[in-house]
Design a protein. Structure first.
Length: 421
């Protein structure tokens, strides 16, 4: 009501010609932003007619001026804006100097929102300010992205309302809390500890199965190729299978369950055992195809090592490391690209100066790849080494390049790891 009263009062006041343009240019616009008063000359504000203050200076219809502000005080002819006064200080300086300066302590998202409200464009900043602002904006967007992904991971775990309309919802929620929320109850904590113990026992069993001294003998007194630890490993696989089926049966969202990396790891941890058992049956029947099935069996046995990734479900550090690699795939990919470029370049250089030496190991560029990879990683096995002076010079450059290259991603990975952890 007070606003309408002021508006009608002003309409009556402005029925007469206000002032001519020449005289109005000498007037000041009284502005109050968030409780802080400012004064801007009409002539100065009119230089930027597309901005909010510029329109305030160029409009002759007072009703249109009132639409631009949040309130108006008749007594001192002051326009009030309920906006951030700290950001407007930069806007005020823009009208004075024609350059938009950006303070480092301002929030990038809030600053963009404010300048869009005032009609000032980011291109009015100097290049130095714009570069710094864009870096902070990218950093903030990356942090918000991490926060959204973290919230998405725990959304299903925390949203228990999804169980209300489900079949056997109460029972499934109890099973879900038991399997997915170790801190929800003592039973859930014991289940998490038991799961971790079974992972460790299965890894020990898989390792000891390769020791020939632990193989039991057949009735004929020959080594059977198997150990009693295989039975322990089978018990662990049975527990992992039960654990996976309970999670699958109690999940409130099958799509999110299937997209989860941890659930994929659980499936990979148990599948090789069953595939290996089926292949061993066919291996015993099809004697002529032992070679091909034997290779597949070796691959299945190798895939059992992925059980160690199950520890990520109960380890914040491992989950943080996996999330870090997922977030830094561009930087990691760039690192591998540089490594590949270095291997190809230095292997070609060393081959060029070493291939004429008698009994050299650098017989071709592909043979020199191993030396370049070992040197660029600063490992240096010493099984292959250059003998010429120029070759050793290339080796020194290769090792120096590897030292610099290996140190590049450390700060990026550490910062990402710290943010997630």
């Amino acid at each position: 009501l007070q606003y309408l009263h002021f508006k009608s009062l002003l309409n009556n006041q402005h029925k007469q010609p206000i002032v001519n343009d020449k005289k109005r240019k000498n007037y000041m616009i009284n502005i109050n932003v968030g409780g802080k008063p400012y004064q801007i000359a009409y002539k100065t504000a009119a230089k930027y007619p597309k901005t909010r203050i510029g329109r305030l200076a160029t409009f002759t219809d007072h009703n249109r001026k009132l639409d631009l502000c949040d309130d108006y005080t008749v007594t001192n002819n002051e326009y009030f804006f309920d906006r951030d006064p700290d950001v407007f200080h930069s806007i005020f300086n823009f009208y004075r100097t024609g350059v938009l300066w950006i303070k480092d302590e301002l929030c990038p998202r809030n600053f963009l929102e404010e300048i869009n409200y005032w009609g000032v464009r980011i291109k009015n900043t100097n290049r130095c300010c714009r570069i710094s602002f864009e870096e902070r904006q990218d950093e903030l967007n990356e942090q918000l992205k991490i926060q959204r992904e973290l919230e998405a991971e725990v959304e299903i775990e925390e949203n228990e309302e999804l169980f209300h309309d489900m079949f056997l919802g109460q029972q499934r929620r109890a099973i879900w809390n038991l399997m997915e929320k170790p801190f929800s109850s003592v039973k859930a904590k014991l289940m998490a500890v038991a799961s971790s113990m079974f992972v460790l026992v299965s890894l020990v069993s898989m390792t000891l199965n390769t020791v020939e001294e632990m193989q039991y003998l057949t009735p004929k007194g020959q080594l059977s190729g198997k150990t009693y630890w295989e039975y322990v490993e089978s018990i662990c696989i049975a527990f992992f299978t039960m654990e996976y089926l309970l999670r699958l049966a109690s999940t409130p969202d099958l799509k999110s369950f299937s997209r989860s990396v941890l659930n994929t790891v659980d499936l990979i941890a148990i599948l090789p055992q069953y595939v290996q058992a089926v292949l061993e049956i066919f291996d015993n029947k099809a004697v002529g195809q032992v070679g091909q099935l034997g290779q597949v069996l070796r691959i299945m046995r190798l895939m059992r090592i992925f059980r160690i990734l199950k520890l990520a479900r109960h380890s914040t550090g491992l989950r943080a490391f996996g999330f870090t690699l997922r977030q830094c795939y561009q930087q990691v990919g760039c690192l591998f690209l540089f490594i590949a470029m270095g291997i190809f370049s230095f292997s070609a250089m060393v081959y060029t100066v070493e291939h004429d030496m008698p009994q050299t190991n650098f017989t071709s560029i592909p043979h020199a790849w191993w030396w370049a990879a070992v040197s660029i990683s600063t490992v240096g096995y010493g099984d292959i080494y250059p003998e010429t002076i120029l070759g050793r010079l290339f080796a020194f450059i290769c090792i120096s390049f590897g030292i610099i290259l290996n140190g590049l991603p450390i700060s990026i990975l550490f910062n990402k790891f710290s943010d997630y952890y």
